[in-house]
Design a protein. Structure first.
Length: 586
């Protein structure tokens, strides 16, 4: 894609996103998530936000310092001479982007008050939309965010590597965007910037990187580039029968039990490219009817204990802007999760574009919402990967690992929130919950070492776990890979928890984001149990029980939980378009 097209596309994204934020008032809606009436943006003074504010610029500063070192010593050290141009690019992006454009020009002349200075959040100045620029001086320093622009600068090596070292380029891009998003969230939690401020911080750095890379011709394959990508190790290819036996035995013990049916169908169909459209596996099964009955029974039982009129009032109080914001956050969460799965499969040596994995992920998300099929969404993902490249066992392992790292991200996020908000829950609830989360963390970490134990090299189930552990080590063989995957998992769940927080605050549950980070994940973890349809009923019951511990109204809790379930269902509808476009192919 030509640089002009890329720049135009980036500009179009920024303008469209700004228009959406303006029309839906997302700037103030997102700021309200972190504002506590009477106390202000108090969460920003706590860990980890305080540490990210103080030290969040250090990684980018180290990268720029490294570029300066290579640029200067390259004149006398022959080994670094070929990297001077790339180092010049990194140094220029840092100095011209976060240094000059963001902090030197826009921040000191664009008069936009910070959230903490706005009347809506206890300040003295009126809110100023980004669509009405003002250049009255340095009184308001909200636009753009200096910290966010410095954090997004970490994605700059992507411009250098995208033509010749694509895996390394994706690693830098993913890490830079994830870290930039985390620092951006920090500044929003502290009431220092609006959503549109941090969005444009990314846009400015990205556009500058595009133009400088083109001007210096650093996106050409012949330019010597630093940071070479690590070659992906070759994946083992056991026999189909052994893979199917081990996969079926292991998959039947987890939530992705539908994948076991996918294995059986693969064996029976001889890996046919297309399944019959009237396959009985696509028809409603007794298991789905039982799950639907459980979900309806649980919802009816909870509904009898709440005020239906209060639910109607809470539902009417949710503005369309909150629904749109929650939907965007959930879609973004799904996209990040699909990108994480794509990176896992690439580390396993399985080909496929991001578009392929994104389409497969959304199709799986659609079927995970409880469509009448004996094949779950994870089973569909396995089928898609197996059809694409014939990597049968790796297809199963990739979904397993994706599930594990996703679970690890949710557990770590919940652990951190509970430790930071130690007094939020009573000890009789907090201590067992912390113990369970710690046990889950240790269990997930232990998977990394099973391949080294002789016991897990033999037998059906134990052998399967041993090979899974070997793939797990293959995916996370390097610290950057582990850091990137963990960061993407945290970002995935942060976006989903933000969607919960948007809907909760809109329904009348006015709590800061850290409360939702502490209370919602246990309810989400409970939906792993395969006893209800897509977690309906289980999620609502757990939500009501947990939020009652902080004095929340049951009607509001049930309302926002149901609305989130509907938003999540709508966010999976792109999978329906994919499914129909593939002519109902499972």
């Amino acid at each position: 894609m030509h640089v002009k097209t890329q720049a135009a596309l980036t500009g179009l994204i920024l303008v469209a996103a700004t228009a959406l934020i303006t029309l839906t008032d997302l700037d103030r809606e997102t700021a309200r998530l972190f504002y506590l009436q009477g106390n202000g943006f108090v969460a920003g003074d706590r860990l980890p936000w305080r540490a990210l504010y103080r030290y969040g610029e250090w990684p980018a500063l180290l990268l720029a310092a490294g570029a300066l070192f290579c640029l200067t010593t390259g004149f006398v050290w022959t080994r670094l001479r070929s990297y001077r141009q790339a180092s010049l690019f990194l140094l220029l992006v840092y100095l011209l982007g976060p240094g000059l454009l963001v902090n030197g020009i826009l921040k000191t002349h664009w008069d936009r008050p910070r959230p903490v200075d706005v009347v809506d959040f206890g300040g003295a100045r009126p809110f100023v939309s980004l669509s009405t620029p003002s250049f009255n001086g340095p009184e308001g320093r909200s636009f753009p965010s200096g910290h966010a622009s410095v954090a997004f600068y970490l994605a700059s090596p992507w411009f250098l590597l995208r033509s010749t070292r694509r895996r390394a380029a994706r690693l830098w891009l993913g890490a830079g965007l994830a870290y930039g998003g985390l620092v951006s969230l920090t500044r929003m939690v502290q009431g220092a910037h609006f959503l549109s401020d941090v969005l444009w911080s990314w846009g400015i750095v990205h556009l500058l990187g595009l133009l400088l890379a083109h001007w210096l011709r650093l996106d050409q394959p012949e330019v010597p580039l630093p940071f070479p990508a690590r070659p992906a190790p070759a994946a083992s290819r056991p026999t189909l029968a052994g893979w199917a036996r081990a996969g079926s035995a292991a998959l039947s013990t987890l939530r992705i039990r539908g994948a076991a049916a996918a294995v059986s169908r693969l064996r029976a169909a001889g890996w046919r490219d297309r399944e019959p459209q009237n396959d009985p596996a696509t028809l409603p099964s007794r298991r789905h009817l039982v799950k639907a009955a459980v979900s309806l029974s649980l919802l009816a039982l909870i509904g009898r204990q709440v005020d239906l009129q209060g639910m109607a009032t809470a539902l009417a109080a949710i503005p369309p802007a909150a629904l749109v914001a929650a939907l965007i956050l959930q879609l973004a969460s799904n996209c990040v999760a699909a990108g994480r799965w794509h990176l896992i499969m690439r580390r396993l040596g399985v080909p496929g574009s991001f578009t392929f994995y994104l389409q497969s992920f959304f199709k799986g998300a659609l079927f995970n919402q409880g469509l009448p099929s004996s094949i779950g969404g994870d089973g569909l993902r396995i089928l898609d990967v197996a059809r694409l490249a014939g990597h049968r066992e790796d297809a199963v392992f990739g979904v397993f690992i994706d599930r594990f790292v996703g679970l690890a991200g949710l557990v770590l996020l919940n652990l951190a929130a509970l430790l930071v908000n130690r007094s939020l829950l009573p000890d009789r609830v907090a201590l067992p919950l912390l113990a369970l989360l710690t046990l889950l963390t240790v269990t997930l970490a232990a998977l990394f070492f099973l391949a080294r134990i002789d016991l897990f090299r033999q037998g059906r189930l134990l052998g399967f776990l041993g090979r899974l552990s070997a793939r797990y080590r293959q995916v996370y063989a390097t610290a950057p890979a582990m850091t990137l995957q963990t960061g993407l998992s945290l970002l995935t769940h942060l976006l989903a928890m933000a969607a919960f927080a948007v809907l909760g605050n809109a329904a009348g549950l006015h709590y800061p984001l850290q409360v939702y980070l502490a209370l919602v994940p246990p309810a989400v973890l409970l939906t792993i149990l395969p006893v209800s349809l897509a977690g309906w009923g289980l999620r609502e019951g757990a939500m009501v029980g947990l939020f009652l511990l902080v004095g929340a109204d049951k009607s509001m809790v049930l309302t926002f939980s149901i609305v989130y379930g509907l938003v999540n269902l709508i966010a999976s509808l792109p999978g329906l378009a994919v499914y129909l476009g593939q002519r109902h192919q499972l």
